[in-house]
Design a binder for this molecule. Structure first.
Ligand code: SF4
Length: 350
């Protein structure tokens, strides 16, 4: 199988040396017109198009299924070159406002096929890790989603399938292409990297240039509770994790976000919230509370509305910002990895 063009350094594309403008044309087709084949590149000479087609693949992802409509959250199931399945989610700022194409568009992207971290509440971890995505496959989700949406997404969140920081070199290469003016050109501050808590890699990420954001999937305030739902906590408990986040906050001078999935009778006790308040104060973090989305095959439940309000009140009383995020994709299998799991269990179109 030919390599993906965007996984090969531009110096090795072997474009005609006498025509230095060809690289710019190629980039315009890829990053501004979101071309999915070299054949579409009408201002490139036919022999060059066929030469590129013979040496490289352009589209890293092929849409297999799209759930949802233009005005709502759309979940996209992709197939990669090796047949693996992957998900991205397109989220308009105001879903339901019919025909509003000016609404800001956020794309949630995946960084690995499957995931090794096995957070108990997550569908992506159910069948383990298969492989890292290449940088071109990460960027390819953005280009593919732009083709579907008819425009470039405004914000990118690395919160789909996989642990982005377990694929740090490819993630950094992809972020460079995504933020570069010669690439997709999305401002770094519109990128959010989410992690389950790989402390050493958080410190590594702090050294990567760019004002991107960090979201920590905290999901518990104490080691005792976090150990139960996130195996990664045994390796990097809170006493390692919180100082690593401090390094990031100091380096970037940016507020971080705690993501907190609320699970009935597991992490929804106000005492847990008080522990989170202490971490949030130390890091000046804000908190996103996400009432759990039921996942087929997993035993967890969403807390009751009064329990959610009781939990949120602890933050309000402590003066820490905590919003309850109603999952916009609740009705379309938005828990990460759910659509892929469902598709893999049924026969797939080939
Ligand atoms: S929540 Fe993230 S890190 Fe945890 S298993 Fe799911 S994809 Fe992996």
């Amino acid at each position: 199988m030919n390599p993906l063009l965007l996984d090969v350094p531009a110096t090795e594309w072997n474009l005609p040396a006498a025509e230095p403008w060809r690289q710019k044309q190629l980039r315009e087709w890829i990053f501004q017109k979101f071309a999915s084949s070299f054949a579409e590149m009408s201002n490139l000479p036919a022999p060059l198009r066929s030469d590129l087609t013979g040496r490289f693949r352009l589209a890293a992802v092929e849409p297999v299924k799209i759930q949802g409509s233009e005005d709502t959250t759309r979940k996209i199931l992709w197939r990669l070159g090796d047949g693996s399945l992957l998900e991205s989610v397109l989220i308009p700022a105001n879903p339901g406002r019919a025909g509003d194409r000016s609404a800001r568009l956020t794309l949630c992207i995946s960084s690995q096929v499957g995931c090794a971290y096995g957070c108990r509440f997550c569908a992506s971890g159910l069948e383990g890790w298969r492989r890292n995505l290449t940088a071109a496959e990460i960027v390819g989700q953005v280009l593919g989603a732009a083709r579907i949406a008819g425009r470039r997404p405004d914000n990118l969140v690395f919160m789909g399938m996989g642990e982005p920081l377990a694929n740090l070199p490819r993630l950094c290469a992809a972020m460079e292409t995504l933020t570069s003016p010669e690439g997709v050109g999305i401002g770094a501050r519109h990128l959010t990297v989410s992690t389950s808590g790989l402390a050493p890699q958080i410190e590594e990420l702090a050294k990567v240039p760019g004002q991107f954001r960090l979201a920590l999937s905290l999901h518990a305030g104490t080691n005792q509770t976090r150990d139960k739902i996130m195996p990664v906590n045994r390796k990097y408990p809170l006493e390692k994790l919180i100082p690593a986040c401090e390094v990031f906050v100091r380096a970037k001078r940016k507020m971080i976000t705690f993501e907190y999935i609320l699970l009935k009778d597991l992490n929804d006790d106000p005492a847990e919230a008080r522990a989170v308040v202490r971490h949030a104060r130390r890091l000046h973090a804000k908190v996103n509370l996400i009432p759990y989305n039921n996942v087929e095959g997993l035993p967890y439940e969403r807390p009751t509305e009064p329990a959610i309000r009781r939990f949120q009140k602890v933050f309000r009383d402590a003066g820490v910002e905590a919003t309850v995020r109603r999952e916009k994709g609740h009705d379309i299998d938005a828990a990460c990895g759910q659509l892929r799991l469902r598709e893999e269990k049924t026969a797939l179109p080939s």
